[in-house]
Design a protein around this ligand. Structure first.
Ligand code: BGC
Length: 419
């Protein structure tokens, strides 16, 4: 049977990044400070990143070359508000330039307002545990949306609230490196309040400015959690608890009063087996990426099937990708996950677009610059951080250009691939 998985007309193909993981040259945020404290595994610092701030035209050119109809970028709060009482309009103007360039190339912008990094002035006041954080965040959101909203097609208020709260306040892996259950829940609660407030503020601004109806959502990391031993009721209980905490707590909180999701942004990477009391393990039979994460495409289908039918709003796959320094796993990783998307759509899930993570090899959160997720290779030693399209980038360009997986794409890139 011929291999042919076509997507509906107008399906969006793109890739994503966050501000501090690509921009470079910003010393006002907490990940810069964290790196100075020697907390990044390979010793690199996001101040180097890949200089998207400088080379954005080149990078948007590469998106175009990869037949992107959309791309996800982030705003750096610490650049826009370098200190508590300052707003730097020249930074907002620069973001306008980036967005205009995307539009000029026919690439529809999705913009994230908060993606892990925070201004140092906010961190020094308790960051996301502060009772004032929602007020500060909304002040920033208003400035950014009023200034840039006419150029943005989809707003993501907050990226991965449960990953952020867990990594920064429970596991101590992101700044400020705390290990407190109480603070973790306070951060999730504040982020939920921040999202709900931002959702309404963005809608109000669009109404006042006569910009039509905005699309606002979050980027929610969801994983499958299954019992390690299916015969052990305690493992079943642990898997349910992990799911309730990591996947569901935040979603339930934001939807308590009213629906504040125009779109559902899904970040999918992998799944876990859970052993009592709360030990997360991989599946022995699955291939792993460089960071030891299971490659589990079926999980994407399972998540879509469950959460789409629960929330009912159009899904954007806001992140999906893998850490693979030599681009050996990525081509089949993409085919496997795009196939699962297709399967979910056949089953009735409304998916508007797919953003591969990430566009370029960027600054990876805990591991640093040497752990590569990009469709585009970046030479971090080169003075201009030379970019080269990887094989996976070329294949992704062909998928986007043909609006799906074709027999020829499989033959050209991964002849042995079968769904
Ligand atoms: C984050 C990205 C990160 C990726 C890979 C996601 O959870 O949103 O910022 O680079 O995972 O670790």
């Amino acid at each position: 049977m011929a291999i042919q998985y076509s997507f509906p007309e107008g399906f969006l193909w793109g890739s994503g990044s966050s501000a501090f993981q690509v921009e470079g040259e910003c010393r006002n945020h907490d990940f810069y400070d964290w790196a100075l404290q020697g907390k990044i595994k390979d010793g690199t610092n996001p101040v180097d990143a890949v200089h998207f701030w400088k080379y954005f035209k080149k990078d948007i050119g590469l998106m175009k070359k990869m037949n992107h109809s959309t791309a996800r970028i982030g705003l750096e709060w610490a650049r826009i508000e370098p200190d508590k009482w300052a707003c730097d309009d020249s930074v907002l103007d620069h973001y306008r330039e980036i967005l205009k360039e995307m539009k000029a190339q026919g690439i529809s912008p999705m913009v994230t307002l908060h993606h892990f990094s925070n201004p140092m002035w906010l961190s020094s006041q308790g960051g996301w545990t502060s009772p004032k954080v929602v007020k500060y965040y909304i002040r920033f959101v208003k400035k950014a949306v009023r200034y840039l909203g006419d150029l943005v097609d989809v707003w993501i208020t907050i990226n991965e609230p449960s990953v952020y709260a867990t990594a920064a306040y429970l596991f101590g892996e992101f700044p400020p490196g705390k290990k407190s259950v109480r603070k973790t829940f306070r951060v999730m609660k504040n982020m939920a309040d921040a999202h709900v407030a931002a959702y309404h503020v963005i809608h109000e601004i669009y109404t006042q400015k006569l910009w039509g109806t905005p699309k606002v959502g979050i980027a929610k990391h969801l994983r499958t959690f299954d019992p390690y031993n299916t015969k052990n009721p305690l493992d079943h209980l642990s898997a349910r608890l992990a799911k309730r905490y990591f996947n569901d707590y935040f979603l339930k909180r934001i939807n308590r009063k009213s629906n504040t999701l125009d779109i559902f942004g899904l970040n999918y990477y992998s799944g876990d087996l859970v052993k009592f009391p709360l030990k997360l393990l991989g599946r022995q039979n699955l291939p792993k990426n460089k960071l030891g994460w299971d490659i589990y495409p079926e999980g994407l289908y399972r998540i879509l099937d469950e959460y789409y039918f629960r929330y009912g709003c159009p899904v954007y796959i806001t992140e999906n990708g893998t850490c693979d320094d030599n681009d050996e796993l990525r081509p089949s990783f993409i085919l496997d996950h795009v196939y699962q998307l297709h399967r979910a759509m056949e089953h009735g899930v409304d998916i508007a677009g797919y953003y591969h993570w990430s566009t370029l090899d960027n600054f990876e959160l805990v591991d640093g610059l040497m752990s590569r997720f990009g469709l585009v290779h970046v030479d971090h030693e080169h003075p201009e951080r030379k970019r080269t399209l990887k094989t996976s980038g070329k294949m992704y360009a062909d998928i986007a250009g043909s609006n799906g997986i074709t027999e020829k794409i499989v033959e050209d890139y991964v002849p042995e691939w079968r769904p």
